[in-house]
Structure formats: structure tokens, C-alpha cells
Design a protein around this ligand. Structure first.
Ligand code: 13P
Length: 304
């Protein structure tokens, strides 16, 4: 393991590469990364960094967003199979049809979507800025929100806007029910509840804080509580415990929220990716140019 890490660091230097990792990645991947963060933070980093090579440890839509925002850079996803069940629930053809039925509506697309779907959209959002993105759209304009109905419902609740929700959801977050949360609260009566907005509305309603993975750090920092129940993918417990060793973090239930796609990349995969400079994520220019507009409009809006 030590030799592998040394070799990765040497290759990284030789290639002038930078390793980005999402907060859900396994501990050893987060530890070797130069930057860890949520979807919004990592997209911003991908666009601003000077390194010609980005090794993206996350899932495909995240690496695709980096490739769209930084077309002059080589964006490598160490395992091409890392997908997203939620992103797979929307397709460009069906979205075009929905747009035709509501030609006046603005299409707001969660970044957990394919480049083709982003290309059909007016503006993207992440869980860290969805509320502000929707508020940036003229008050009288109707909105189509794609593809996460739970995040969309949270935005409706926060903004009171007229929004047509696409019928998609993250299989991991959507599987958590209010009964699971109430059980965790009974087991840890002193703990505050932090919930990702991809959870069902009946779950977010029980939360003390509804946060993107990145915003969870600030929520803890600003709270005087000692214990927290964290309703999101379990990988998030590692960076929270690392950042706040004096606090206690509980999953909703052990092994209840694990995204297999976020657990695929190994140190050996990163080594292979740096050594072979593959697999590179590319997006067809015509699609990338349209998707970039939607992503750049999002980046111009402040975080929630
Ligand atoms: P964040 O943007 O909050 O990190 O969420 C990413 C994600 O894919 C949640 O399922």
C-alpha cells in the first residue's frame, strides 16, 4: 500500500495531474486526493485549476461536468463504469418533449444528469445551490426541474415556486423512510439530524439541517451539538469524523445508505489511470458547448 501511494504521488507529479475526490469516496481515495468536496465545489475546482490532467474520483456525470467546463484538460475517470442511478432516469429526448409541451418554462437540471440532458437545459444546479438557482429565475416563470423529484420538492417548499417535477430519485436516498429516521432518533435522542435534500420530503421535514455534502461541514461547525445523525451516503461519515474528531456521527442505520458506484475506484485504479492516462472522459463538442452554457449560468449564482 505504501509503495502504491508513493508511486501514485510520483506519477501525479510527472503528469502535472491533480486528484479530485467526492465526499462519498472510500477513505483511502479521499486521503490521496488533493481536493475533496461536493459536486458544486469540485466543478468549480475543475474549471479553475491549472493542471493539464484531472483524475476525477467520483461518478461519470461529475467527470463529464469537469470535462465540459475544462475542455482543454484531460479528465480521467479511473473506472468508466461508475455511473449514477439518478442520472440514468432522465433522457434528452423525453426532456425535449416536455419542453415542447411547456415552451415558456425554464428547465433547471440537477448536475446528476448526462451531458445530453444538461445540453437541453437553461441552467444547472447542485444540492448546494438549487434554491438560489431557482430564485435567480424570474418569479412569474414556470420551471421544469430535472431529474430529482425529492430535491425539486425541497426547492418548491423553500421558494413556493410553480415547478413541474421530473419523476426521478436517487435510489440510495429515496430508500430512506421517515420510520428509519424516527428509529435512529430514538436510538440517539441527543443527536441533531442532518439530511441530504435527495431524501424524501417526509424525511427532510424531520431534519435540523438540509444540506449538500459540502454544507454539512458548516452545519456542524455552526452547531454546538455533540452528536449528529447523517442521512446521506455513508462515505460522508469519514470526512465529517476527520474534520470534527470531537463530535459523534451516526449513520441512519449501519450499511443502509451505500452507493456501489462511489465505492468502485481503488488506489490501483488511480495508479493505472495515471500511468496509462486513460480512460479519458470526452463529450461531443456540440453537446458540450450547450451543456457548458447551463453549467456556467449555474456557477454565476451564489451557493445557498
Ligand atoms: P453533493 O453535491 O451534495 O455532494 O451530492 C452529490 C450526490 O450525488 C448526492 O447523491
Amino acid at each position: 500500500m505504501h509503495d502504491l501511494i508513493t508511486s501514485i504521488n510520483r506519477l501525479k507529479k510527472e503528469r502535472q495531474a491533480i486528484i479530485l475526490a467526492h465526499n462519498y469516496e472510500p477513505p483511502e481515495i479521499q486521503d490521496i486526493a488533493d481536493i475533496t468536496g461536493d459536486s458544486l465545489g469540485l466543478s468549480v475546482d475543475a474549471a479553475r485549476l491549472d493542471n493539464p490532467v484531472i483524475v476525477f474520483c467520483g461518478v461519470r456525470f461529475m467527470a463529464e461536468s469537469a470535462a465540459i467546463l475544462a475542455p482543454e484538460k484531460k479528465v480521467i475517470l479511473p473506472r468508466l463504469e461508475c455511473g449514477c442511478g439518478l442520472a440514468d432516469m432522465a433522457d434528452a429526448k423525453a426532456l425535449r418533449k416536455m419542453r415542447q409541451e411547456k415552451p415558456e418554462a425554464a428547465v433547471v437540471t440537477y448536475v446528476n444528469s448526462s451531458a445530453d440532458v444538461k445540453a437541453e437545459s437553461d441552467i444547472c444546479c447542485t444540492s448546494g445551490n438549487a434554491v438560489n438557482v431557482v430564485r435567480s429565475i424570474p418569479a412569474e416563470q414556470e420551471i421544469i426541474f430535472v431529474p430529482d423529484r425529492n430535491l425539486g420538492a425541497y426547492v418548491v417548499e423553500q421558494t413556493g415556486r410553480r415547478i413541474t417535477l421530473w419523476d426521478g430519485a436517487c435510489p440510495i436516498h429515496d430508500a430512506i423512510l421517515a420510520t428509519d429516521i424516527l428509529k435512529a432518533k430514538r436510538a440517539h435522542p441527543e443527536a441533531l439530524l442532518i439530511v441530504h435534500p435527495e431524501c424524501r420530503p417526509e424525511v427532510t421535514k424531520l431534519a435540523d439541517g438540509v444540506c449538500s455534502t459540502g454544507d454539512m461541514f458548516d452545519f456542524v461547525l455552526q452547531s454546538s451539538a455533540k452528536e449528529f445523525i447523517v442521512a446521506t451516503e455513508e462515505g460522508m461519515l469519514y470526512p465529517l469524523r476527520k474534520a470534527h474528531p470531537e463530535r459523534i456521527f451516526y449513520p441512519v442505520a449501519p450499511n443502509a445508505m451505500i452507493c456501489p458506484d462511489m465505492k468502485m475506484i481503488s488506489l490501483q485504479d488511480i495508479h493505472n489511470a495515471l500511468s496509462n492516462q486513460r480512460p479519458i472522459i470526452t463529450v461531443e463538442k456540440e453537446v458540450a458547448d450547450r451543456a457548458r452554457l447551463a453549467l456556467e449560468r449555474m456557477l454565476a449564482v451564489p451557493r445557498n
